[in-house]
Ligand binder design. Structure first.
Ligand SMILES: Cc1ncc(COP(=O)(O)O)c(C=O)c1O
Length: 407
């Protein structure tokens, strides 16, 4: 590649125009929102938008039931409350995930036991999970990280061997399928998020999927004042809260769901271009699975690994240089989840060191290597994607400029 001054050092950036904005909306959201406004039915048990959305989203993911919630976090909390866990029960949690995957276990009354993740996929490492099973283990939560489906055949076989509940955190994986079946419907319960950055969004929101009527009923009680389906309004059976979705969110999400498949197709097309280019750059490794059962993936993020010390250039400096070239990107989670300060104050499994003393090798290395691009960068055309590749190649070809400058 021809030499040119890096934008970080005052050169011309590869790209000065923005990537496609997020969220997207059109007359469909407008129509459904106005419909809700004029109907006066703004509450989910007066209108029908949330109900319609629950049914459509559950069907799209091959689940029997959907229960809309106020967020992805509260969806996970309702799930762990529904499982009926008791103090001392343990839940296996992957270490490379958002905080809510683990805090919801604590809200549900149990103890997270952190499991390492696979460097190739960033998903839970089931070999390590086997080592983490104890007589107190009751459940495993898997995260379809960045939208790449976990191997649900192996997850379910593992859970059956140990008699565990399986929870799928599909906050990143709207529309993805494992082996032709929607994520969120393989385990006992699945959770999605509709927070602002997610591939379908109403600003906030979430949904629980399940095929199990009893678990659904318990999650239902958690989400609306301890009520029970079919019982009178003023009858309350468990200490609970209010996690209901509004009709406004239901209206927006009905429109967003119509756009999901087409947006998935565009993201995937651009992600495959990136995979191909990145696989040819020795310093970089795409995060992907070669298993055809995972091919129907969503891309909430495009994640790749940057080998530390490549060309002597730190990942942080590489990211800064890419940002200056007009490519928004980040280092993602800075530390394994169990190193977050909150875990200094949380009861850990009795046979383990405290969370902050835990050292899991793969996730530790990944937190130093991974780079994230957000999903909207994949919603442009092939030329937009080639700008990302051009910027990466330019920074690597001119890394010595940055090193000299630093020295
Ligand atoms: C993996 C994962 N799980 C759960 C959540 C929580 O979703 P919410 O932000 O809707 O509460 C997020 C949000 O970023 C997430 O990334």
């Amino acid at each position: 590649m021809a030499r040119s001054t890096l934008a970080l050092l005052g050169g011309e950036p590869v790209r000065s125009k923005p990537f496609p904005p997020w969220p997207t909306h059109d007359e469909r959201e407008e129509r459904l929102l106005l419909d809700t406004l004029h109907s006066g039915n703004w509450f989910r048990y007066k209108g029908n938008k949330v109900k319609q959305f629950e049914e459509a989203f559950a069907a799209r993911h091959d689940a029997k039931y959907g229960l809309a919630m106020s967020s992805g976090t509260t969806s996970l909390e309702a799930i762990f409350c529904a499982l009926g866990l008791e103090p001392g029960d343990e839940v296996l949690v992957p270490s490379y995930t958002f905080v809510a995957t683990a805090t919801s276990v604590i809200i549900g009354g149990a103890t997270p036991r952190f499991v390492d993740v696979c460097p190739q996929t960033l998903n839970i490492d089931l070999k390590h999970a086997e080592e983490c099973v104890s007589p107190r283990t009751r459940a495993v939560v898997v995260v379809h990280f960045a939208g790449l489906p976990c191997n649900m055949d192996e997850v379910m076989a593992f859970a059956e061997r140990h008699n565990l509940y399986v929870v799928e955190d599909a906050a990143h994986a709207h529309g993805a399928r494992w082996n032709g079946k929607g994520v969120g419907s393989h385990g006992h319960m699945g959770a999605f998020s509709f927070q602002a950055s997610k591939n379908m969004t109403a600003g906030e929101g979430g949904i629980v999927l399940t095929d199990d009527e009893q678990l659904l009923s318990r999650a239902f009680s958690r989400h609306t004042y301890g009520q029970r389906p079919g019982h009178p309004w003023y009858s309350h059976h468990v200490v609970s809260t209010n996690l209901r979705m509004t009709e406004w969110q239901g209206a927006i999400l009905l429109a967003q769901l119509e756009r999901l498949d087409e947006q998935m197709r565009i993201r995937r097309q651009n992600a495959l271009l990136l995979d191909e280019a990145i696989a040819n750059i020795p310093a970089l490794t795409p995060v992907k699975s070669d298993d055809p059962r995972a091919a129907d993936r969503a891309y909430h993020l495009y994640a790749f690994r940057y080998a530390p010390g490549v060309e002597g250039l730190s990942r942080e400096r590489f990211v800064q240089a890419l940002q200056a070239e007009g490519i928004p990107c980040s280092i993602g989670y800075p530390v394994p989840l169990y190193k977050q300060p909150l875990f200094q104050h949380v009861q850990h499994p009795p046979d383990l060191p405290s969370y902050n003393e835990l050292e899991l090798p793969q996730v530790t290395q990944l937190c130093n290597e991974v780079i994230w691009l957000t999903q909207n960068l994949l919603l442009g055309d092939a030329e937009d994607t080639r700008d990302i590749i051009r910027a990466i190649e330019k920074v690597l070809a001119n890394a010595d400029e940055l090193l000299q400058k630093a020295g």
